[in-house]
Ligand binder design. Sequence first.
Ligand SMILES: Cc1cc2nc3c(=O)[nH]c(=O)nc-3n(C[C@H](O)[C@H](O)[C@H](O)COP(=O)(O)OP(=O)(O)OC[C@H]3O[C@@H](n4cnc5c(N)ncnc54)[C@H](O)[C@@H]3O)c2cc1C
Length: 320
Amino acid sequence: MSVLVFAESQGGEFKKAAFEAVTYGYKTAQVLGTECVALCLGDAPNAAQLGQYGASKVLHVADAALNNFDSLAYTGAIAAAVEAAGATVVVMMHGSTGKGLVGCVSARLGAGSAPGVNQIPTNDGSFKVKKNVFSGKAIAEVELKSAIKVISVMGNSFQPEVVGSDAPVEALAAAVPASRVSVKEVSRVKGTVPLPEAELVVSAGRGMKGPENWGIIEEMAEILGAATACSRPVADTHWRPHHEHVGQTGVAIRPNLYFAIGISGAIQHLAGVSSSKVIVVINKDPEAPFFKAADYGVCADLFDVVPKLNEALKNFKANA
Ligand SMILES: Cc1cc2nc3c(=O)[nH]c(=O)nc-3n(C[C@H](O)[C@H](O)[C@H](O)COP(=O)(O)OP(=O)(O)OC[C@H]3O[C@@H](n4cnc5c(N)ncnc54)[C@H](O)[C@@H]3O)c2cc1C
């Protein structure tokens, strides 16, 4: 019995999400009284590093066919690792890769699954996990009764914690099924904090009036080291790129701090951001629904407030 954690990497480097996943797997293994084993697929020169976050060993399937995400190939490799590790719990992050895998892996293993959990499982005779449902308005407790359980964890629910040192890495010779997909090109957004991983997010909506006014939002994001996001109409009208669109039909995020500037707070927007730990709303309409979800609210014209806030943040950083 063990907890197997699939640790995602990109271009041979681990994402922060991989360390979050191993931290979650380590804590789950402690609750279950077992060990946490990490799994790396494709190029992963720093695999041993996962030991620092609680993996007692790392399985590595080095097949180059796994360098790019392919659900069929990844599912085959994960199933082989489950067998090799004798795993009864499989953990992955609930990012775009995890969302694409959790159903495939469960189906392959005949396992029950719980996608998007945000708490460590219980071990009081039953295996239960919690997740937000109904756009964050309710919390569901899900009991998994199958012999193997597959879980994907919401990003930013657990901060990575260093608990040990590098772990031994074992090569795993898994037969990777031939891919039905050929990746022609990978183009990644460069130079900015990726939105799903960001701890700080500065987001703006139609109150900005037009794309030409986004300089003050980008400036705030740069001062804070934050990612930028936007409401759906802003992406639909091409004021901002689609990958910045958050909400029910966009990216669901869970940062520590979410600035909502000139966004009304429609239910579909809140669906993707209401799990943020602290929400700051800047809106000139005191009746804007977002104020009901806010921890801090500034009822004022954003074109007046944001430049002043940026100056204050710059001074604060300069004197910190
Ligand atoms: C099926 C479906 C799915 C959807 N999915 C999403 C989704 O995933 N994400 C999403 O965001 N939306 C989604 N929507 C759209 C959603 O319903 C809202 O229409 C949208 O979120 C509104 O965007 P907004 O707040 O930027 O614009 P608006 O509703 O136009 O609000 C602009 C806000 O800016 C404020 N404002 C204006 N000028 C200033 C100023 N100078 N200073 C300060 N404040 C100012 C206004 O008071 C207002 O509150 C969806 C809708 C549907 C039907």
